[in-house]
Design a protein around this ligand. Sequence first.
Ligand code: ZN
Length: 370
Amino acid sequence: MALTFHLDGTHKAARAGRMVVRGITVPTPMFMPVGTNGTVKALLPEELEELGYNLILGNTYHLHLRPGDQLVHKLGGLHRFMNWKGLILTDSGGFQVFSLAKLNKITEEGAKFQSHLDGSSHLLTPELAIGIQENLGSDIMMVLDECLPIPSPREQVAASVDLTTRWAERCLKARTSKANLFAIVQGADYSELRERSAKDLSSLGFDGYAIGGLSVGESKDILSEVCHLTTPLLPEDKPRYLMGVGEPEDLLEAIGAGIDLFDCVLPTRNARNGGLFTRDGQISIKQAKYKEDGGPIDAECGCSVCAHYSRAYLRHLYLSNEILASRLNSYHNLFFFRDLMALCREAILQGRYDSFKFDFLERYLAGSEV
Ligand SMILES: [Zn+2]
């Protein structure tokens, strides 16, 4: 199960690598589709494979509450339960406890919360977060961390960074399987606290490192700054994962700062709301101007939706609340994100990432409707 990470090339801070787990090779930079409830919404696992994905994210919080990680374990683990042959990275459940559940209290022991489903009380400890992820049969587990909003007072963030490090240590000790474990660098927008977090966690020796606590409504400048200051402090031979960030312009910025992995609900959630990604920006398919548009979503896209279906048809499906709208839109959007990662990787290997990023964004940002 041990993860290996090999750098194929760099351009300034940007990296093109290969992460190998269980004999499965993930070329980086890579975007992970999010499978919240044991499904990447609207798509078959076979379709994700067809799109070129072999790594997805599973949500510990959701699967623990429903159907229960012990049930999933009993039925052979999450891969078998959902018929997914690729790799699964699971989050620790912490982010959902902070964002979705009614959070009662954070103590040294863990996070007390009430389920958003039935109001039942739970205590998520670092040990339980690992136990759940091991029951799910995760390939890459995440430590339990505390996630604070930006801005938060410095004193509070400092205490939280230290708590996150102590929890990370407990997660390492709690691991009984050979699953990989990634730590999460916190510290909000305080550079010295991000530094402290990155150094303390690196010294403990994890299989990879994530940057957490972003995508909480901070400015794009903060996102960029935190990435640029954190990546040089992390081990070069381990993957770096920016959690929950998915806007194409943020992905390109973070790749330029040396990030390798991403996850976000953006491509699939926006697809279900009629938001489609194109080289000329994100478009909203419900607009009247697409009523008689017989062209594809994106004339340069190589996906089968763009090969066979018109904007007018997709608009019609969306306005008619047809299930197929979500399926086709999600398929195209995930193709776009997979393609974008491949283009970035190629540009890094050819030493022209800066100009690729500039050209891509100039066109993408000029055309965005959403
Ligand atoms: Zn397409």
